[in-house]
Design a protein around this ligand. Structure first.
Ligand code: MRU
Length: 366
């Protein structure tokens, strides 16, 4: 997507995708998302350990981008040591970096299997190629999700007799959460680019405020009309007919269509259900965990540092980014980062293969 008229993806190897052919030592560049929306900073990641840190600290975040970052983490690891034992250790380190987004496991396993089958001297070049392929596929899948979602938006607009369709989203499932396009926001960008009037209600998404800081920023960069709302406002807006559709992303979807996404998604789905607002999850296939059926019992929910609840950061009037405490000094806080929306509250799942009900998800991929 474009930032100030320049095209960016969220992750790329230094010197371009072909540089590994010269056996050059490469680094990976990322947009440091902990700095947005106040500063746009590109950061170079030089080794596996730095990539693990970038994932843990959420300089890169969002399920598909975590997968892409892990793939490049494997390429960086192989660059320093292409032995079997190092491949295994590096895969384990990446797998432990964040537990919920299944894209991480999917990408690490794909890289590991691909590289382990090759002689060690062929692994360096193959690792960079496979990581780049994972990124390309992500872009293609998200583009297809955008086109399928565009058809949904077109038909909702036609049925509604409204001039503008109001779409609510939670967290950031835009291009910053992927390599490009986004998942939940891909249909929004497709609709906006097709000249349809869409307006997005952006949940702020406490505690890390991915909605207020990232979704609002990227929609603004693309010129999409949007309004940031507090996390608790969505239900009220739905009761008053001001939300026509909810589209969220996901970190893991079960084979039965339970949707695990950023904490608070479940409450939006309940409110949508009560108000007959269609609730969609936009999900590229690497986000589907075909090995599990029950999202509530089978998905590990990441517990993050309680300080993310107790402190908030923002831009002070002197232009510096500052962190301030918002809870009493001795109050405990708890920070589960994701929740599960049971399939019964999900109207449809938008994948690269089209829109389907949760109960037909499996069939769609057979
Ligand atoms: O903790 P985060 O910021 O990595 O969580 C991101 C989300 O929950 C997104 O909604 C999800 O990964 C879908 S990304 C296309």
């Amino acid at each position: 997507m474009k930032i100030d008229e320049k095209y960016y993806r969220t992750i790329w190897p230094t010197h371009g995708a072909e540089a590994h052919k010269n056996d050059a030592m490469l680094a990976v560049e990322i947009i440091d998302q902990t700095m947005l929306p106040h500063r746009f900073e590109i950061k170079a990641v030089h080794c596996l350990e730095e990539m693990v840190t970038a994932i843990k600290t959420m300089q890169v975040r969002g399920a598909p981008l975590i997968g892409a970052a892990a793939a490049y983490g494997m390429a960086l690891a192989v660059q320093s040591d292409a032995s079997d034992i190092h491949l295994e250790k590096s895969a384990q380190a990446l797998l432990l970096s964040r537990p919920t987004a299944v894209n991480l496991r999917w990408a690490v396993n794909r890289m590991h299997q691909h590289l382990a089958a090759l002689p060690s001297e062929a692994r360096h070049s193959a690792a960079w190629q496979e990581a780049a392929l994972i990124c390309e596929e992500d872009v293609q899948m998200n583009h297809a999700i955008g086109q399928h979602g565009l058809a949904l938006i077109q038909s909702a607009l036609a049925k509604s007799n409204k001039n503008t369709l109001n779409i609510l989203t939670h967290c950031n499932a835009g291009w910053l959460a992927t390599v490009d396009w986004g998942t939940a926001l891909a249909p929004v960008y497709a609709a906006h680019d097709a000249g349809l009037n869409v307006h997005v209600w952006v949940d702020e998404t406490r505690p890390r405020n991915q909605g207020a800081s990232l979704t609002a920023w990227e929609l603004g960069q693309h010129g999409v009309p949007h309004t940031v709302i507090s996390d608790n406002a969505g239900g009220h807006l739905m009761q008053h007919g001001q939300v026509d559709m909810v589209i969220v992303g996901a970190d893991r979807v079960t084979s039965t269509g339970d949707v695990c996404n950023k904490i608070g998604t479940y409450l939006k789905a309940l409110a949508a259900f009560d108000n007959q607002v269609p609730f969609y999850a936009a999900v590229p296939s690497p986000t589907i965990d075909w090995t599990i059926q029950d999202g509530l019992s089978d998905i590990e929910i990441e517990m993050r540092d309680a300080d993310e609840v107790s402190y908030m950061s923002g831009l002070a009037s002197d232009g510096t980014v500052q962190s301030v405490r918002v809870t009493p000094a001795h109050s405990h806080a708890l920070n589960p980062a994701f929740d599960v929306t049971p399939a019964r509250f999900v109207t449809g799942i938008i994948t690269e293969r089209g829109v389907t009900t949760p109960s037909r998800l499996k069939q769609r991929f057979e």
